[in-house]
Write a protein that binds this ligand. Sequence first.
Ligand code: PLP
Length: 391
Amino acid sequence: MKNKTINSARIPLYRDAGFELTDAATTSKAFAGEAKNEHEPELYIYSRYRNPTVVAAEKEIMSLEGSKWSLLTQSGMSAIDIAFSIFQNGKKVRPWLLFSEIYGGTISFAENILKNRRGLDIRSFVPVNEKYDLRAFELLMKSLRPEILYIEAISNPMLIVPDAEAVIKIAKKYSAKIIVDNTFATPYLWKPLMSGVDIVIHSATKYFSGHGNLTAGVLCGNNISYMKSAIEYRKLAGHMISADDAYRLHTQVQTFSLRFRQQCFNASRIAEILVRSEKVNKVWYPGLKGHSTHKEALKLFGDKGFGGMVTFDFADTDGAEKKKRRDSFIKAVSGSIKLIPTLGDPRTILMPVEAVWGAKYPEPGMIRLSAGFEDTDHLAKTIIHGLQAVK
Ligand code: PLP
C-alpha cells in the first residue's frame, strides 16, 4: 500500500526502522547521500542514522537556540558524549578543562570515561567562595592552553552563574573550543552560540520536554563540520533518539517559553518566601541580591529571569537537627511537592542534596527545589505550610 498525502497540519510520526529504497539505483543514491552527513537527507535509510520525525523536532530546537543545526539524542549524557568525542580525533590532544561546578554525571563521565578509559588529560577549575575568579581563570588558561573548555551557565545545586561572556572571551584568546551545557539557563535566558561558543548541549529531558515523561538530549551548533562529525558519531555509537520520543518532544517544546517563564516566576516567589523565614539558614538563588553570583546573573540574563531552581538550607547549628528539619519539611509538603530526582517537571519537585551527593556540599540539610509552572499562590501556600511544620 502506498502512502497518500493526508491533509494534516501536524508532523507525521514515522516509526520506520528502515525506509523503502525500491531498487539498487535508489539504494546507491541513498547511501551516497548518507556519506555526506547532511542534516536532512534527501532519502532516509535507517532510523538510527536519520529519521524525518526527529529532524522535524530538531528544527524546533534550532529556532529556540538560534543555531544552524541541532541533533537529538536519547539522553543528555549521550549528547555530552558526542560533544566531547567530536573533538577527540585519535591524535594526541591538549588538556581539556572543565569548570568544577557542573552536573555530577558529567564529572563522572569525564573522570571514568574520558580520563580513565580514553586516557585524556582532564583538568578542573574550582570556584572560590562560590564564584569563579576571572584572573585565576586567565592564568590557568595561559599556562594550560586547554583544547576544550566545558562550562554550565547555571551550576547545580548552588546555582553559580559564571561571567560567561568574559570566560568565553578569555577561552577564545587561548584558542580553546567551548562547550556549554545550557540545561539550567535554557535559551530563554541565554543563547551561548550568539556569544561565539562552539557547541551547546542540553538534557532535553528537563525544560525542553518539560513534562517529566521522556529522556532526551540535544547538541546545537553553527559549524557544519562539527555537525557532520556529530551525525557520524551519533549514528555509529547508536545515540539516536526514538521517533516516538522526538514526536512528543516536538509537541512539548512548542510550549517551552511559556512554561519556563512561569517556572522562573515561581522560583523567584519561592526564594522570596524562603529568604524571609527564620527557619531557613541560607537560600541559593541567583535572583537574590545575596547570592554569590547575582551580579553575573544580572549581566548574563538581564531582566528575563534567573532560572527555575532554588536551593536552601535550614537554620540550626547542628547538622543532625538540620536534617530533621529537612525531613519534616519534605513530609509536610509531600501532598503537593514530590521528592523526584529530576528537574523541569510541570509541578514543583524537590531533592535532598546530601542524600544524593553525600557530604560534598557545605550544608547537610540542603534541599534543591525545581519550580513547576503550577499556580503561584497555591505553591506559595504549600511552601509556607512546609516551613510552619518545621519545629
Ligand atoms: N546536564 C545537566 C545540567 C543535568 O542536570 C543532567 C541530568 O540531570 C544531564 C546533563 C544529563 O541528562 P540526562 O539525564 O538526560 O542524560
